[in-house]
Design a protein. Structure first.
Length: 289
């Protein structure tokens, strides 16, 4: 009987010691892991800053190019965060790297170091403007926009950093939620007239995954270079997510070459400078399988 009692005491002692060791070693390891996770989250927030964030990646851009900002950018991952702040008729853009430091080394891209494209959520309003640098990695432009939901596309070419243009949503005023929507109506007539200037679009293919040529017929006697080219084409999918900025394939004709990766409905804005005024001619097309 005494042997059983002694064995029981030894068993209880071993159990207590075992739980003590677990509490010291395992619980301490969990605490260290939790602390590491906490520091990681704080570092991530510091990199994001306090403004609304959209990541991006960007490849190079030359005459005749169509840049959707892919390739190496997707492989390397986003290295630049773009933020948009709209306040009392002023739009501010902040560019930061992953550590939260300003990104200020930008290459000139068609006569400007930053192109800002703004559209409303219905893709009916379109603005192509060029904010001025007001600080390191900071750009500002005065622009009064009607009340509504908007998306900004910051087109830049950072030096030695991967970047892709992606939408940065922002709100002007207090718009009603009823203005949400993406209802685009396909064009059946590819001739558009603005200020007595007519532009006609011809598309050689409406198939996804193959080269597409966009040719524009217009009065070229009034056509003058705009931002270093004989025109610019901006393309968005119907959801305002996929961004393409296409430049002419040569220096004399308004012919643009691009490619649509996926089928869907796309809106095209063809910008031309005629008689000293820049006009954006909109077209809605459908790309099929």
């Amino acid at each position: 009987m005494r042997k059983w009692a002694i064995a029981g005491i030894l068993y209880v002692t071993l159990v207590v010691l075992g739980f003590g060791a677990y509490d010291k070693w395992i619980a301490d390891d969990k605490g260290m892991a939790a602390e590491a996770d906490s520091h990681g989250s704080m570092a991530q927030k510091a990199g994001h800053g306090t403004e609304e964030e959209e990541n991006g990646k960007h490849n190079g851009d030359e005459t005749g190019s169509s840049h959707a900002h892919e390739g190496n950018a997707h492989q390397q991952g986003s290295q630049v965060n773009a933020f948009v702040q709209n306040n009392q008729g002023k739009i501010k853009i902040f560019l930061k790297d992953k550590a939260g430091s300003p990104v200020d080394e930008l290459e000139v891209n068609h006569e400007k170091i930053l192109h800002l494209i703004i559209v409303d959520e219905q893709l009916q309003k379109y603005y192509h403007v060029h904010p001025e640098r007001t600080g390191k990695g900071e750009f500002t432009i005065e622009k009064n926009l009607p009340e509504g939901f908007y998306k900004a596309f910051i087109d830049i070419k950072p030096k030695n950093l991967a970047y892709e243009v992606e939408p940065v949503p922002f709100i002007v005023g207090n718009p009603s939620a009823s203005v949400h929507g993406h209802a685009l109506v396909l064009d059946t007539n590819f001739s558009k007239t603005i200020d007595d200037e007519t532009v006609t679009l011809s598309v050689n293919s409406f198939k996804a995954g193959e080269p597409v040529t966009l040719s524009f017929d217009l009065d070229q006697t009034n056509l003058t270079p705009y931002l270093g080219a004989m025109g610019h084409v901006v393309i968005l999918d119907e959801y305002g997510k996929k961004f393409l900025h296409v430049h002419p394939s040569n220096e004399k004709e308004p012919i643009f070459e691009t490619q649509f990766e996926k089928p869907g409905i796309y809106k095209i804005w063809a910008e031309f400078k005629q008689k000293g005024k820049v006009r954006a001619f909109p077209f809605v097309i459908e790309i099929k399988e």
